[in-house]
Design a protein around this ligand. Structure first.
Ligand code: BV8
Length: 239
């Protein structure tokens, strides 16, 4: 099914789109959650209990993201090209906290699980750029208080960001693509059902069938740097 070029497209991405850029995924055999427990580093309780341990986990990932070899790949660039050349609205909703979509040129982008390169003050809520390490003894530039800075990341049990905007886009789109996600984490894993109920054509582009594969009308399995540019090229032939 080829949508009309004035139709709206919503694209959900997960760790799989960044895997070929050298960023680890979560649930594969060598994934992040195979090395550290969610309960120890990715919940509000973990931060309450062991802020230094949680900071160490995110500081290591932030340093990893800044390494010279880490860059957007052909899949990130293909989505930026689609946004630039598709006449209708294109929204990327990413579960990823890296900045590879921005670095590839995507502009209409929602980081529903937050951003590794930003901090948030638990005292005043101020969100600020955070290129370097965070620590418990740092002071918030906005309110001057110490000890409240945390990664601007949505942990398990916390409400994802911009959900109203995401739901509105899902209900108005004609094409929903899900790229590089295992379909285990909600509410993101439920987006396909909202889009399908709204009448959208739904396509999963992933290395393998995700947990929600049966919910999609179409499936394209392969590496993101191969299947995503090819799919975008086919879409743009209609423009
Ligand atoms: C919420 C930021 C209410 C942190 C993340 C009990 C209490 C409270 C909540 C719950 C509960 N039980 C269940 C829940 C809901 C919970 C949840 O879903 N838990 C799961 C484990 C069952 N969700 C929440 O708590 C969320 N909040 O529910 O609030 C609410 C609900 C609705 C509306 C409003 C409020 C908050 C969840 C956010 C947690 N934070 N990330 C960080 O990054 O450190 S989520 C975490 O999983 C990751 O960060 C990632 O963002 C997310 C999804 O993972 P994937 O991206 O899919 O990665 P994964 O490794 O799993 O899969 C990679 C895929 O890529 C694979 O399929 C692989 O085959 C493929 N792949 C690999 N290489 C390639 C490839 N594909 C193509 N090419 C390749 N080269």
């Amino acid at each position: 099914m080829t949508p009309n070029p004035t139709d709206a497209v919503v694209i959900l991405t997960g760790a799989g789109i960044s895997q070929e850029s050298g960023i680890a995924t979560f649930r594969e055999a060598d994934g992040i959650w195979a090395k550290v427990r969610i309960e120890d580093v990715a919940t509000p309780d973990a931060f309450q209990r062991d802020p230094d341990g949680v900071h160490a986990f995110y500081n290591a990932r932030r340093r990893g993201l800044a390494e010279p070899g880490i860059a957007p790949n052909a899949a990130h660039h293909a989505l930026a090209t689609l946004e630039a050349r598709w006449p209708g609205p294109v929204l990327v909703v990413t579960q990823n906290i890296d900045d590879l979509h921005e670095r590839a040129g995507s502009r209409t982008l929602i980081h529903m699980h937050g951003e590794l390169l930003k901090s948030r003050c638990a005292h005043c809520g101020a969100v600020a750029p955070c290129p370097g390490d965070l620590a418990t003894d740092m002071t918030c530039d906005a309110c001057g208080r110490t000890g409240g800075l945390r990664p601007h990341v949505v942990w398990f049990g916390e409400v994802p960001l911009e959900m109203e905007r995401i739901y509105a886009a899902l209900e108005a789109c004609a094409l929903f693509l899900s790229i590089g996600t295992s379909g285990h984490v909600y509410p993101a894993a439920g987006f396909v059902s909202i889009a399908r109920t709204a009448g959208a054509h739904t396509v999963e582009l992933n290395l393998e069938a995700s947990a929600g594969a049966t919910l999609f009308a179409d499936h394209i399995h392969g590496r993101a740097t191969e299947v995503v540019p090819a799919y975008v090229d086919r879409l743009l032939q209609a423009v």
